[in-house]
Design a protein around this ligand. Sequence first.
Ligand SMILES: *Cc1c(COP(=O)(O)O)cnc(C)c1O
Length: 434
Amino acid sequence: MQDSRRATPRTDHVLADPRLAEAVGVLGIGIVKRAVTLALQRCRADELDPGAVADWAWESLPAAATSMRRVINATGVVVHTNLGRAPLSQAAVDAIQIAAGATDVEMDLESGRRSRRGEAALAALAAAVPSAGGVHVVNNGAAALALVTCALAMGRNIIVARGEMVEIGDGFRLPELIESIGATLREVGTTNRVRLADYESAIDDDTAYVLKVHPSNFLVSGFTSSVAVSELATLPVPVVADIGSGLLGPHPRLPDEPSASAWLDAGADLVTASGDKLLGGPQCGLMLGEASLVDRLRRHPFARAVRVDKLTLAALEATLIGPPPPVSTSLTVTAAQLHARATRICAALDGIGAAVVDSAAAVGGGGAPGVELPSAALAVPASLAHALRVGDPPVVGRVERGRLLLDLIAVAPADDALIVEAIHRAIHATKSSA
Ligand SMILES: *Cc1c(COP(=O)(O)O)cnc(C)c1O
């Protein structure tokens, strides 16, 4: 019997392969060595010919030095938290590429002097919401709430309706965040009902502001009442309003979702929101409102701890001034357009047991709970779900009534062909492993 060990090449010999040597320069030695180690293990186990070790290692290398994979979101959830919320527009991706090196994020190149950080991104945000006297951007929605708590309510109290004490997801609770900063929450009303008088009687000398939180991920129905921002604005303390989703203006398809403009016009002194929900931009926290208030927040020492990075500023500006980002497109596409795409995909799969079905897609990611977006999906056997998820690129759908639905609402039309290929490969993989 042949001793395969003797035939196994040495690691340094494999690494000397010109393709692998070049890959070290692109991906780093760690990733390339790991691929070579795996290939050598296979060779020792007689699963790989000694002459094929370098080929196999090279083919198994990732495209970039990240283990994150690009995923096709066929879940029918437009803003999917576990898939990274809003996918960026190409314009935002290009902007990030430019800002990645040395960039004039804080320099006026004309005078050579220091300038306001991210001035153009802030100007684009201000232009998009004319009712805001001032704007500021921090790392995420939670950071925006933390900053406003820290700057305005440390050691004081904040009045909030009991029905608006929200848990966002993954155990993150807004009340706990606020109290961890050092403010006291004064809950008013009951789970289902609150009146203006409840707020009124809770106000005292230590009240920093009234906080209005949009219940962005649940619905309360039945015997309910809440107090509108316009009514809260009649109280003798400021109104801080957390809209969550990042809609800057009203959206015709989401009539019950509050927007920054609507709540500012209704009298909120400050609105906070996330940049990577319905705005469709990078993860960030938007703060919009009364100019002197926003200035106080911006100048507070804690602002530095939640300062947004240059890549985010670049992507935010491009999201605001560039073509509509994918989230906006998903919110405007019609069910008929999605049906036409699903039908073409189905035809390209001829004879493979896929069917075009109606689908009820969702906004997801802390926005418009209960709203169903009419969509179209391909229904394929649920047994393909795993193979599609671990394929290249991974395709993630949702299992409904025993079938796997691949909903097209959040899939870029350019990816339709990839879905056809992915289904073909998944069927093949499932057959050969059966
Ligand atoms: C999502 C959300 C937050 C938190 O925003 P992040 O950007 O995830 O930090 C806060 N408030 C509401 C109402 C939300 O929906």
